[in-house]
Design a protein around this ligand. Structure first.
Ligand code: PLP
Ligand code: COI
Length: 339
């Protein structure tokens, strides 16, 4: 097999052996199919192409120190895909079907799970789209569910190396009563102008503010935001952000190590009071934030001394990654072994 440089894998696509597919037709889901093709045949009038009837998930499988492969909190991703499907009027994927497809995809590609200690993992991408043809704006009557996997390294270059972020005031990723809480492709399309601008200007990503008032922190490109002060983990409450499973987990981890936690609105000015800040998500894991630049109002908020993450961020990171790698006891019951 190909020899990968596991320690230097980018967050990108690498072909693996198999993917899993399933179709919804005549009001019901069919059988799972295994495919070795990277391509799909798609109707030219599929609603997924025209009207954004599409949702996806992002999750990971890890090789443990004990040589066992484990998936992190798959049940939460299954629930979120159901919520996203309902958000854009698609046929939801039943939890058991989701589980079977995900675990089969990992099992059939187990030679691609990066080794313990490499800092890389197997990214799992479940995808659901309207594959039935419609020309009027209405939900399709046919859907396709696919799960593919690909080995990945850290999303933000450098792993736990702090990143710089730029506040975005001229693009909204999602509206308060829009689709921001669903993991649908349209939100990512809407975020691209801001993300490309931030990258072009040398930042890791962009920080979106609430669309209604531009007063509060929403999220960090494809990750949630957190700030830390006075031994308290603080993360935004917002009606337009994705409810990150990593963030939910960090709240529990923070409490387990004696930190207080708050989920509430975070005014932009409060950035100056945080001792540490970070972005969190499946892809981002925890990416500590070095500085946040708000160019429109000429402000810079700095968090890292000598380019190093703060102590609380490191503690949270070590416990989260330790549980995922099977190196720290899974006291919350988050990991499911792939057998
Ligand atoms: N916010 C957005 C917009 C995302 O795309 C993601 C990634 O899934 C997250 C937050 C983090 O969510 P999770 O921790 O469930 O991966
Ligand atoms: C994830 O963290 O899984 C994401 O979906 C982020 C991004 C690659 C879309």
């Amino acid at each position: 097999m190909e020899q990968f440089d596991w320690k230097n894998l980018p967050f990108g696509y690498i072909k693996t052996d198999f993917n899993i597919r399933c179709k919804f037709k005549d009001g019901k889901w069919g059988e799972l199919e295994v495919s070795d093709s990277e391509y799909i045949d798609i109707h030219i009038a599929a609603t997924g192409l025209h009207y954004g009837q599409e949702a996806f998930e992002g999750m990971k499988a890890y090789m443990g120190k004990d040589g066992k492969i484990r998936v992190f909190r798959w049940g939460e991703n299954a629930k979120r895909l159901i919520s996203s499907a309902e958000g854009v009027k698609m046929a939801p994927v039943p939890v058991e079907l989701f589980k079977e497809a995900v675990f089969r995809a990992v099992y059939l590609n187990k030679r691609f799970v990066p080794p313990f200690g490499s800092g890389a993992s197997l990214y799992i991408r479940p995808l659901l789209y309207g594959s039935g043809a419609e020309v009027g704006v209405k939900p399709a009557s046919e859907y396709t569910f696919i799960v593919f996997v690909t080995p990945v390294g850290p999303y933000f270059k450098g792993g736990i190396k702090p990143v710089n972020m730029m506040i975005c005031r001229d693009v909204d990723r999602a509206a308060p009563l829009g689709t921001g809480t669903f993991k649908v492709g349209g939100n990512y399309a809407a975020s691209l102008r801001a993300i490309v601008k931030a990258k072009d200007e040398g930042y890791g990503s962009t920080i979106f503010l609430d669309a209604r008032e531009k007063k509060y922190i929403d999220e960090c490109g494809p990750a949630n935001f957190f700030g830390i002060k006075d031994n308290c983990y603080i993360t935004p409450k917002s009606e337009s952000i994705l409810n990150s499973i990593t963030n939910m987990s960090l709240i529990e981890i923070a409490q387990s190590i004696g930190m207080k936690t708050e989920r509430r609105r975070i005014p932009v000015e409060e950035l100056s009071t945080f001792e540490e800040a970070g972005a969190c998500g499946t892809a981002a894991v925890i990416s500590p934030i070095n500085k946040i630049v708000d160019p429109d109002v000429n402000k810079i908020y700095e968090y890292c001394k000598d380019g190093k993450p703060g102590a609380a961020t490191l503690k949270l990171y070590n416990k989260l990654v330790g549980i995922q790698n099977g190196d720290v006891a899974d006291e919350f019951g988050w990991m499911t072994e792939v057998e």
